[in-house]
Write a protein that binds this ligand. Structure first.
Ligand code: NAD
Length: 486
């Protein structure tokens, strides 16, 4: 780890409000390195007073500074922010590798470019947020609309993509003219805190970007229920998403929810099998399977099952399991001890229902929360390993015999985030892709992502989209001005 990153990580951190760090008080949470189980330091579990100060600072910046900037000024500031993230990429990647256990070389190659792209893409929007002149049947009337920001956005993020998720929320919210209070996961606070410092360095007025650290029950709850928060933008689990949706409904706040998935990746026997199988293995074990759009259910046409499984197992064997900060690592630990234990419990359920653990699933000796990549073959469709989002390196392989059967089984899920279809038959590709109940379907590829392409789930995978025009719409409201000319 570089010296500046080590120094920043070693400090016990609290909230970041109006461009200044707030020292932690008595209530703190231990910050753990999941690759070793060792304690890195502490972060504050921000209390009501701290959260109130953060929201107040954001409300003030909305009224007096950021909310009053001209579109071109917002655009320029977001580009400066993107440039600073780019020039600090090496340092920022180390925080997510240390706290989240993600291989640092992957964070640099995947997370950082995606975060920077969010700012560059949404920096283009402030100058294009035009309203419309409305043709009405009332004589001598001039009716027009304005697209205006909501106010203070509470942005609550998960631990699996800390830096990326902060960017995915901040970039469109700020481009629309809102101010933000971020609440990162208590497991991964450092990169979000550092981003807030960089926002100040980029010239965003103090209060435009604030961070409250801590647990969901304390700081998260205080933030989302604060009366001055106009919108809750949440990414995380289905369970918490439901609670926040109910809370937003009761308080009549705007809300968007990006939740979990149990995503069907469908491989037909006429596909390019080596390519499909390699992609299936990559998506299953990337970040130890702790990815909402992981292709965690692999449905394979029966004649291709053995070949696909062989490629997947070969890929699993080549993974270099190690510390997130080790440049040689290609797979890190699970994010916490309790999460590793939960993944293991799912593997323990694979008994006697026809399913079998084909390989992997053992703990790696040591204090880190490592598990070998695993595959479960042919479990029952209603087994927990098939229905639940395990969020670990556990690939479920489900053989199938016909197109109608695979569409039915792929859609037999309460989730609907993403899906994949692999076939050389273009008609079959479109037919299956269009019938999959998923917000994003990849055909003959998997896990491509771009700030311009809407991303978000159907069914219990959420409400609202990230990225693309829908990604900024959710941070805007329309005002109609009706003027009599008579
Ligand atoms: P989580 O729901 O446990 O926590 C997410 C965030 O919510 C954390 O910051 C947490 O502290 C906070 N929180 C928890 N309870 C809260 C409450 N009552 N009030 C306010 N905030 C509260 O999720 P996680 O374990 O951190 O992340 C994993 C989940 O995130 C998975 O289900 C994954 O699929 C999902 N995810 C979805 C997407 C997507 O784009 N759809 C992307 C990444 C992760």
């Amino acid at each position: 780890m570089t010296a500046p990153a080590r120094a920043f990580a070693a400090v016990d951190h609290g909230a970041y409000i109006s461009g200044a760090h707030v020292p932690p008080g008595a209530d703190v949470v231990a910050n753990i390195d999941p690759s070793t189980g060792a304690q890195i330091g502490h972060i504050a579990d921000s209390d009501d007073r701290t959260v109130d100060a953060a929201v107040g600072s954001a409300a003030d910046a909305f009224e007096t500074s950021w909310g009053r900037l001209l579109p071109g000024e917002r655009e320029a500031a977001l580009h400066r922010f993107a440039d600073l993230i780019e020039s600090h990429a090496g340092e920022l990647a180390q925080y997510d590798a240390l706290e989240g256990g993600k291989p640092v070389s992957f964070v640099e190659a995947v997370d950082l470019p995606l975060a920077i792209e969010q700012f560059r893409y949404f920096a283009g929007w402030p100058t294009k947020l035009a309203g419309a002149v409305v043709p009405v049947d009332t004589p001598d009337s001039h009716v027009y609309t304005r697209r205006i920001p909501l106010g203070v956005v509470a942005a609550v993020t998960p631990w699996n993509f800390p830096l990326c998720q902060a960017a995915i929320k901040m970039a469109p919210a700020l481009a629309a003219g809102n101010t933000v209070v971020l609440k990162p996961s208590e497991l991964t606070s450092l990169s979000t805190l550092r981003l807030a410092e960089l926002a100040i360095e980029a010239g965003l007025p103090p209060g435009t970007v604030n961070v409250v650290t801590g647990t969901g029950a304390t700081s998260g709850h205080a933030l989302v229920s604060h009366p001055q928060v106009a919108k809750i933008s949440f990414t995380g689990s289905e369970r918490v998403g439901r609670d926040l949706g109910a809370l937003a409904g009761a308080a009549l706040k705007h809300v968007s929810l990006e939740l979990g998935g149990k995503n069907p990746n469908v491989v037909f026997a006429d596909a390019d099998i080596p390519k499909a199988a390699a992609a299936a293995a990559t998506t299953a074990y990337f970040y130890s399977g702790q990815v909402c759009f992981s292709g965690s259910r692999l449905l394979v046409e029966r004649p291709a099952v053995d070949e696909v499984l062989e490629v997947v197992q070969r890929h699993a064997r080549t993974l270099v399991i190690g510390h997130g900060l080790d440049r040689a690592s290609t797979m890190g630990p699970l994010a916490s001890e309790s999460h590793r234990d939960k993944v293991e419990r799912y593997l323990d359920t694979v008994t006697g229902t026809g399913g079998r653990v084909a390989f992997g699933g053992s703990r790696i000796p040591g204090n880190g929360y490592f598990l070998e990549p695993a595959a479960v073959v042919d479990p029952g469709d209603s087994d927990a390993v098939v229905t639940d989002e395990i969020f670990g390196p556990v690939l479920v392989v489900q053989p199938f015999d016909s197109m109608e059967e695979v569409i039915r089984r792929a859609n037999d899920s309460r989730y609907g985030l993403t899906g994949g279809v692999w076939t050389s038959d273009v008609r079959k590709a479109h037919a299956v892709a269009q019938r999959l109940q998923a917000g994003l379907v990849w055909v003959n590829t998997y896990a491509d992502y771009n700030a311009a392409a809407p991303f978000g789930g159907f069914k219990n995978s959420g409400l609202g989209k990230d990225c693309g025009p829908e990604g900024i719409d959710k941070y805007l409201q329309t005002q109609t001005i009706w003027m009599s000319l008579s």
